[in-house]
Design a protein around this ligand. Sequence first.
Ligand code: GRF
Length: 192
Amino acid sequence: MTKQKLVILISGRGSNMQALINACATPDFPADVVAVISNKVDAGGLTIAESHGITTAVCSHKDFANKTEFETALTDIIHSHKPDIVCLAGFMRVLGPTYFERIAVPTLNIHPSLLPKHKGLHTHEAVLDAGDTEHGCTVHIVTELLDDGEFIVQKSIPVMADDTVDSLAARLLVEEHKAYPEAIIAMAAKHH
Ligand code: GRF
């Protein structure tokens, strides 16, 4: 089995990144994490990645004059690791034309809603405000349209009468951590 090489992009605590690292450590999982890149120097996920001996890099959008220069630098770092798949895992920058012109491999994202419902931020609030009886997460291919692109895996949870933003987020996170590894298995199957 040729393993899919993953580069993971983060901005924060990195629990989905951790779930992917754990999955890659299990026998027969069809992928390896080759690098973790953060746009934030203080992202907690960087320390976790380093504790697993994974190469990390910081590419801060603040160090560049504009989005084109940032995305050129970011894709240069990504390409240096020769990934088969880029995984956005709590990466909080919206990627633009320069990224998509240059990247040449599929980019996945995990979004905390049952897309196409509730694109953008604050999805748990949106679910409660809408009175939805079901919530969920979606791993999808990233395109230039925000929270759009082919769905690879979706997982749902019921919304309980006493749910809050925090309780929904916590219960959904458990499903997110299963969904991302499943999506990698699905992508690896497509490539063979
Ligand atoms: C997750 O809820 C994910 O769905 C969203 O951002 C959050 C990242 O959390 N895109 P973590 O950094 O993976 O813990």
